[in-house]
Design a protein around this ligand. Sequence first.
Ligand SMILES: Nc1ncnc2c1ncn2[C@@H]1O[C@H](COP(=O)(O)OP(=O)(O)OP(=O)(O)O)[C@@H](O)[C@H]1O
Length: 649
Amino acid sequence: MKKKILIVEDESLIAYDLKLILIRAGYKVSGIADSVAEALEMIEEEEPDMVLLDIYLKGSLTGIDLAKKLTVKNIAFIYLSANFQESILEKAKETQPYGFLVKPFREKELLITLDVAFYRHQNSIESKLRQEQLLEDLFKNIVAESGEWEQKLLKIVRNIQPYVPFDYITIILNNAGDIPNNGLSYLRTGFDEYETIGTDDFMKMIGVNTPELKKMAEDSPLSTKTEFYNNADFNDIIRYYPIKRLIAKNLKVQSFLNLPLLMAKGQIISCSFYSRKPDCYAPDHVKLLSRLQQSLVTAITSIVPIERFAVRASQPEDIAASTSKTVSAPVNFDNIIAKSHQMLTILDHVSIVAPLDTSVLILGESGTGKERIAKSIHNLSPRKHKPLVIINCAALPSNLIESELFGFEKGAFTGAQEKRIGKFEMANEGTIFLDEIGEMPAELQVKLLRVLQEQEIERIGGKGVIKINVRIIAATNRNLEKEVEEGRFRLDLYYRLCVFPISIPALRERKEDIPLLAQFFIDRLSQKIAKPITGFSPEALNQLINYGWPGNVRELEHLIERSILLADGPVIKEVQLPKFNNLKPTDYTTETTVVKTIDENAREHILNVLQSCNGKINGENGAAEILGLKPSTLHSKLKKLGIKRNSRY
Ligand SMILES: Nc1ncnc2c1ncn2[C@@H]1O[C@H](COP(=O)(O)OP(=O)(O)OP(=O)(O)O)[C@@H](O)[C@H]1O
């Protein structure tokens, strides 16, 4: 059946042109609308498979307004626009389109973008279904396990966390509105660490006594709808919910999702998800929870003892779980330190994507931990007993990459005396990690695209194709979208790799992680160096927190190793940070400073370091070590920033 496309475009010539191209390419055009209102009417009549969407339209509503409605209906869309200003682009990106096309675009570009968008949409539908199935199976297993009911309930909510995130959750079993009376609440304190909060501790936490709590519960309406409130809406709604208001004040939560689970006989189990992020919840969360509603009711009613469901609203002191305890489940993230909410979200995403075969693109500055995340994805996947093959695309000379990746037959070229299998074949049934994918030469990008599409490779000089089964994880510290825009990276390959992007923030954007990471490296490295160092003085720790970390976690690790070697007591009192800390955040904020671009700052910083070590790049005290970069990464940075031997060092 032909796929149906709706064109939403107010310039009729462009719309007509598009229609002709689409029909020629075998699509059906379900209509042309020039305003959001008209588009909505057309969608009501005939639901399209894809919408091509201009941003500025007739009427007061824009394409971005329509996009939000399309997301709720799960209809994929691609933006078309003549100019994407930075602010508009940001807003458009938040709606998670399946592609962008900048007018004027070529026919081929349109068709490729459509092809990729259909592929990604199909992929996301399939992965959602797989996630649901996975969760339902997990709930059944938890019910069948032995153990205390509070622990099993915690296991259920922990497994929901990657899909519907929360910092705090309350589960009320007896229609008692907001009181965690005859129910439980869990506060997330680490990646897989939760504190179980009973009524007494809950009252202490929000600063009320039993009669006050009871009165507040009576004043809170009982909601029977699955709905969410973010940011301003959340601040508005908590005016009517005194207990939620106190939770918000004490736990600094800024968004909330209500999930009432309807049991037989009309009883309700009320689950409230709270998050510190202002825009945490989305229609997709409501949809997923609504679909899981039945399995959740079955699981919770099978786990929780029947008497717990009795209404006892007036006796909060009756609660069994009235003492708090910290529950630490085994953490599967081997040696990944994460405390900031950005990193916890990343680990949640890793746990969602790891069991699937989906390609993952990891983005982030050098030294942020991309390789470490790639390894975790592999180790948490069903492929964990098969090889993980790591290739640094920047470290291979371009004439060798092809033979490294795909192998060659004997006699394929001068010097090919033996047949050699390539990395893709080595990784068969496992995972291949393509680090620094942004450095891959254009001709190899086409070949990689083919591997992704067909799951087959051809050895150099080979006579036929070889079927392979590999999962691809790629990483880059470049802005790939910009590389695509400037024609250095293929759009079609970008979209195939970017099915599940994970962006790791720079260390300076998640300072909360610094003390924990520092302690982690001290423990590990002091053992390795056999020098009993226990920690940092508060002043030294402050220095670490206030530094800009252009080389991110790798730079921190190297600095700590040096500090341990130099320390003359069990506590490190001083750290020797580079004197030219020109990436200190203050540089960006002082009004009197001329603000440089990140590239300009990086160039300056690298040149300073190179000068200070007389141009030495590799080895001990070389620029790569000081900057916390792999030598190969530093070489590619030098190339990218146009730093040549005679530049200044
Ligand atoms: N969250 C973390 N917890 C513990 N160690 C970390 C963490 N993140 C990074 N590291 C350590 O920091 C160093 C750099 O990490 P990694 O090599 O994964 O970075 P990268 O982003 O892949 O760097 P590049 O772009 O240069 O290849 C490694 O030694 C890694 O083990």
